[in-house]
Design a protein around this ligand. Sequence first.
Ligand code: F6P
Length: 375
Amino acid sequence: MGKAKRIGILTSGGDSPGLNAAIRGVGKAALGFYAMELIGFRDGFRGLAEDHRMRLEKNALAGILTVGGTILGTSRDKPHRMEIDGRMRDMTKAIIKNYQSHKLDALVCLGGGGTQKNALRLAQEGLHVLTLPKTIDNDVAMTDATFGFDTALGIATEAIDRLHSTAHSHHRIVVAEVMGHRAGWLALGAGIAGGADVILIPEIPYDISIIAQAIRRRSRHGTNFSIVAVAEGAMSKEDARALQVAEQSKAKARNKFQQQAAKLHLKSVVDKHRGNTLRLARQLEELTQLESRVTILGYVQRGGTPSAADRLLATRLGTACADLIQEGISGVMVASRGEGTEPVPLEKVAGKLKTVPLEHPWVESARRVGTCLGD
Ligand code: F6P
């Protein structure tokens, strides 16, 4: 890669507080410090495929540090499977064409796990791609942290704090659903910080009778309310086993027929899990005879102004990204490592998920303060 002059930038996947701070970090360093040009593509990879863009000059970067969401818009579109006029199409060639016609020297993709995979595919097609790790789930591999997580952690913790007083006043179980389908960082972090009595995460399949026992024990000791922080993807031991079996048979499927059948079966197992939080609350009500209520925190966790820590992280990663482009480095994710940053080859990141290790200090601390983790 020669001396970089023109950079494309896009945001992909679910939005996350800190995206604008990162766009600003890349942009200010690229424009102001290195005298590069910056083109923003709208709505993720779709904007690059359909050449839907905005020129990012100095003015466009002013006043966005504290703003939630992304000024570029985002989508979950994949380059190789994009719905165009009602049909799924591979838009990789169109993306390469637009990259070339804009004479881009590098493309910066801000996103989570899915984005890392899509970025790697484009890097393998010869584009000079760099990524930044964002997601409120904190589940991107090979980085200490992702921006968005700290803000969402604060929001979910505050919600749990507020749920305490109402649960206490009504002597109820309040089940608070926190985002995170496959990783429980947010539920675990907010659950510990908010003092939840039960924390359920996808990494630790739960036994409903153990949770009920823990809640009944509290009642016996005179505490007639409990807060249950549950990750979206938390599941009972039986459901986790069913999912594992379905995933294994999909992996083992030999021919198209078997693959189709395994895929349908896996979908039915996943579909069955929908509404699990409501089911959980009902089961707990039956088993404990305590009234239960559910609060699904949902998209509130992704909205609004980023925390100071997220602004700082996004700015650090963004400016480091501009430095790497100037040095001619691509095919990497800019990871956060201690107080610094580190370029990690996309091959080491794509397709990997950073889940909560069972022996993680947060898990240990939660157990030490008497939190029930459902196992
Ligand atoms: O971006 C991560 C995330 O917020 C997950 O925590 C959540 O499960 C998912 O996105 C929701 O996706 P969508 O925005 O497509 O509904």
